[in-house]
Design a protein around this ligand. Structure first.
Ligand code: SF4
Ligand code: SF4
Length: 520
């Protein structure tokens, strides 16, 4: 912003001199200084050694703006916040023995429910798949259009946008708010500021409240919270989220994006020259001059840019960036400066999109009289899309073909084997059987790989032939101790592979797990 506004005195100086090559040269020189990434061989002002390394925060007063990107941001804000606040109340019928909440993280029973999908702790690899897809989607967005995630979808942006709307509603738009902040405290100012903080706290509290509803039956939880019968930890989390939302979206705002979030740094390392970024088209904008001066220059056949130095693009920016200075880590690619500048261009009768999603390559091509070109499909975007498709397909296949039951086996470590009084050898195992169906089921347990062995389940006396029967409740897992006794002689040091398998007594597919029978 400092470099951008530094051009104004030079413009005045140029205006004071008769039009000619000397004045234009000074103007071009000033423009070059303001556009380090675009033009200059000397990208930064010389370091005189006196510049402090610390700069105090300049509070940002973002001005309201209307336009395409603002409308898109409102739409995304309503949809995302609507989903967040209301989703816990959406019901999903899973039958009599299962919760009816569409999205539920059920910690006591160690389950995650997402509509028709139910994830058990043993299936946490689905989470890995989801994380890979999320990361690749973020990379893909970045490769196509820079930090659009930050500008439109990031929770920090969405909540900050909402908090800023409340601020404008209570304390006025930029100019009014700035004036009020410069005035001494009055009753009106106290009332407006108090209302703002009250509304901020209400939104923050609602945000924390909605969060805990994902961890229990929402209507029951609301009643318990209201009657102070909810678990203490629920109140703790509501308090924590109320505080963090209020602090991050109300007070820290753009500082989270500029200083705290690692994504701008990662994104800067991931991007390439073809990614569309919010770009000031300096090929159109320079040299900057007022409408009148620019018209005068054009009438004389001299070059004049479309930028009139109105600073509307800076005033609407939620992070206080002057995008005319070139790419900036503070820019979240929200496009609000495009809306602001488009409105200005319409007013002065110049073509819109002086600021636009574009690339420096295209600016250079236009300067050379070539038409711009856009490369959305390139190696990295194709690679990200392919990874998303493959992981998504694998996850879908795994979900579609997943079994309703499962078994896992752990061999006793100490002792590895026991010699019985009749000389036979026994190994003990801990077997966990999963019944993911919503009906109670009885499984027939069999051990193969050790002919003639006896299989006993501690606490179970039901058998189908020589095989023990194990009952498992609906949507539950059951852990049992299983003793396998070899009746034949086992060689010293033997480690015989064996397989534990379960088959539903009522019929169905078998599930199995392997382990070893350890000899003396
Ligand atoms: S809004 Fe457009 S015309 Fe005004 S300063 Fe920004 S780029 Fe220049
Ligand atoms: S410079 Fe423009 S796109 Fe970047 S954060 Fe500011 S308003 Fe949004």
């Amino acid at each position: 912003m400092g470099r951008g506004s530094a051009i104004a005195p030079t413009l005045d100086a140029v205006a004071a001199t008769p039009p000619g090559q000397a004045g234009l040269a000074a103007l071009a020189e000033a423009a070059a200084r303001t556009l380090p990434t675009a033009h200059s061989a000397e990208p930064y002002p010389p370091d005189d050694g006196d510049e402090p390394l610390y700069a105090a925060r300049a509070k940002v007063y973002p001005q309201h703006v209307s336009g395409t990107y603002r409308r898109a941001k409102w739409a995304i804000l309503f949809v995302t916040l609507g989903i967040y606040y209301l989703l816990p109340f959406v019901r999903w019928d899973r039958g009599p023995n299962a919760p009816s909440q569409a999205v539920l993280i059920d910690f006591p029973n160690r389950r995650f429910y997402f509509f028709f999908i139910e994830i058990w702790p043993q299936e946490v690899y689905y989470l890995t798949g989801l994380l890979i897809i999320a990361a690749m989607t973020l990379f893909l967005m970045n490769a196509v259009a820079g930090r659009v995630w930050c500008g439109y979808l990031c929770p920090q942006t969405v909540w900050t946008d909402l908090f800023q709307a409340i601020e404008r509603w209570t304390q006025g738009d930029r100019r009014e708010h700035l004036q009020r902040d410069r005035q001494p405290w009055s009753l009106e100012r106290v009332a407006r500021t108090g209302t703002k903080h009250f509304l901020w706290l209400m939104v923050a509290w609602w945000t924390g409240g909605a969060w805990v509803l994902y961890f229990g039956d929402a209507p029951t939880m609301v009643r318990d919270l209201a009657t102070f019968q909810a678990p203490f930890v629920a109140y703790v989390f509501i308090g924590l989220l109320t505080f963090t939302t209020y602090a991050l979206a109300g007070w820290m705002r753009e500082q989270v994006c500029v200083y705290m979030c690692p994504w701008p740094r990662i994104q800067a390392a991931l991007t390439d020259e073809y990614a569309l970024n919010v770009t000031y088209r300096y090929d159109r904008g320079e040299p900057r001059a007022s409408v009148k001066k620019a018209e005068g220059l054009r009438e004389k056949g001299l070059p004049a840019g479309d930028c009139i130095e109105c600073l509307q693009c800076v005033h609407v920016c939620p992070t206080g960036v002057d995008i005319r200075n070139g790419p900036d880590l503070g820019c979240i690619q929200c496009g609000l400066c495009i809306d602001a500048c488009d409105a200005v261009m319409k007013k002065i009768g110049r073509p819109t999109r002086l600021i636009a999603y574009d690339t420096d390559i295209n600016i250079k091509r236009r300067q050379q009289g070539q038409s711009p070109f856009y490369r959305i499909v390139r190696t990295r975007t194709a690679l990200y899309a392919a990874i998303i498709a493959v992981v998504g397909a694998v996850m879908s296949y795994a979900l579609a073909t997943r079994h309703n039951d499962g078994i896992s086996v752990i061999h006793d470590r100490n002792p590895l084997f026991v010699r019985l009084s009749d000389g036979s050898l026994r190994n003990a195992f801990t077997v966990r059987i999963l019944n993911k169906s919503l009906d109670e089921r009885t499984f027939v347990l069999a051990v193969t790989g050790l002919p003639g062995a006896d299989v006993d389940v501690i606490g179970s006396s039901s058998f189908a032939g020589a095989n023990p029967l194990i009952e498992v409740g609906p949507d539950q897992s059951r852990e049992v101790r299983v003793l396998v006794t070899a009746r034949e002689r086992i060689a010293a040091g033997a480690s015989i592979p064996i397989t534990f398998s379960i088959v539903p007594k009522a019929g169905g597919a078998a599930a199995g797990a392997g382990d070893h029978f350890i000899g003396p």
